[in-house]
Design a protein around this ligand. Structure first.
Ligand SMILES: Nc1ncnc2c1ncn2[C@@H]1O[C@H](COP(=O)(O)OP(=O)(O)OP(=O)(O)O)[C@@H](O)[C@H]1O
Ligand SMILES: [Mg+2]
Length: 357
């Protein structure tokens, strides 16, 4: 690489420096494939995942344990353990992240992309006061004087509705509640200037009222700061509350995606339909919750559809694996099922839907 090109790469492109406009596609993941291990124990965790994150929008990822939700986020952040093999493309505002050397990638993490996990203890150092950690992160990633970093941190704390700044800054993480720690981690991402937030089950460990507060903080930031958020959860109610779009994963693949209301009101894949049927209902007569047969790991699908061994909609054609295909609904619906169009038409969602032929 020529010297000016190297310098440009170190500084980042002009595009990366400017604030994204609402709706801008800031992160594009294409055909992401991840495998862990080698030989007979090799586990193919992702089999060609596509995701698009837009400024000012929340995209959700649902799916059962082991379906590849966390692996998708970690791979996009370049945080998978050594030994994981990663193929595909992850572009942040025009820059291909998968081909960056680790040192360069570290500059993007924190400065442009941040991640919030269920466990706050992994992100906050227990023996350093919260304020010191926030200031250190802000100066490392966004630079500037201590005064400037303090201004950004104070602004970010107010933005996550932590207004008792002095007390928060002088506390150790264990002196604060789980919901407060989660908001501090989000504030850290903001004060470093991150535009993309991967939130992996951020509210799962919190009780319901605190969960609602954290979700409301995230929604506020998306609206005001035009953050692009990838919200990972096994909880469809959480996803319905905050997301604009939803992708449903099964065994390392996206099986269905589209606007969150469309997907949850009119599922076009039997796995999504099964997840929705398993939700307990508070109103109406008590019913036994159905079980989704089998698990991801013991499914034997041969060369056909990966969901076939558990599928109540299965037909002979499912011996061939369907692609994730667009459904002609005048929206961005996609599903990986031969019967999507037929099922949607019968549910009244889609007169004239095309699906896969
Ligand atoms: N470091 C690793 N080494 C080996 N296999 C792994 C590793 N991390 C994940 N996997 C495997 O990859 C698959 C996807 O895991 P992942 O953690 O992404 O699932 P998930 O959808 O986030 O599940 P959960 O809802 O339990 O968090 C699983 O089969 C898992 O066992
Ligand atoms: Mg996970």
């Amino acid at each position: 690489m020529t010297e000016p090109a190297q310098r440009r790469r170190r500084r980042g492109t002009a595009e990366e420096g400017a604030d994204p406009v609402p709706g801008e596609e800031v992160l594009t993941v294409r055909d992401l494939r991840v495998a862990f291990g080698k030989g007979p124990g090799r586990k193919q965790a992702l089999r060609g995942v596509d995701l698009s994150l837009h400024a000012g929008k929340v995209s959700g990822v649902a799916g059962e344990s082991g379906s590849g939700k966390t692996t998708s986020a970690l791979a996009a952040m370049g945080l998978l353990p050594a030994g994981a093999s990663v193929e595909g493309s992850v572009r942040y505002r025009g820059t291909e992240l998968l081909s960056l050397p680790e040192r360069e990638l570290r500059r993007y993490r924190g400065r442009h992309l941040a991640m919030v996990f269920q466990e706050t203890s992994t992100a906050l150092n227990p023996v350093i006061r919260v304020g010191t950690q926030l200031l250190m992160a802000a100066r490392t990633h966004a630079g500037g004087s201590r005064q400037e970093a303090l201004r950004r941190v104070t602004e970010a704390l107010a933005d996550v509705q932590l207004t008792d700044t002095d007390r928060v800054m002088s506390s150790y993480p264990h002196e604060l509640s789980g919901g407060m720690c989660q908001r501090i981690i989000i504030a850290m991402a903001l004060s470093c200037g991150s535009r993309v937030l991967f939130a992996d089950e951020p509210t799962t460990a919190l009780d319901v009222s605190v969960q609602a507060e954290v979700l409301s903080v995230i929604k506020g930031l998306v609206a005001r700061r035009h953050l692009a958020v990838l919200m990972i959860s096994h909880d469809l109610a959480v996803l319905a509350e905050v997301c604009d779009d939803l992708a449903v994963m099964y065994d390392g693949e996206i099986v269905e995606s589209g606007a969150v209301d469309d997907v949850l009101r009119h599922p076009a894949h039997p796995y999504t339909a099964g997840l929705l049927e398993c939700l307990p209902r508070l109103r109406g007569p008590r019913v036994e919750l159905p079980e989704l047969a089998s698990t991801v790991r013991d499914a034997d699908h041969g060369t056909g559809c990966r969901f076939r061994p558990r599928c109540p909609w299965s037909i002979e054609r499912c011996e061939q694996a369907p692609e994730l295909a667009a459904l002609d609904l005048g929206s961005s619906r996609q599903a990986r099922c031969w019967r999507s169009a037929e099922v949607l038409a019968s549910s009244g969602a889609a007169a004239g839907s095309r699906g896969q032929r």
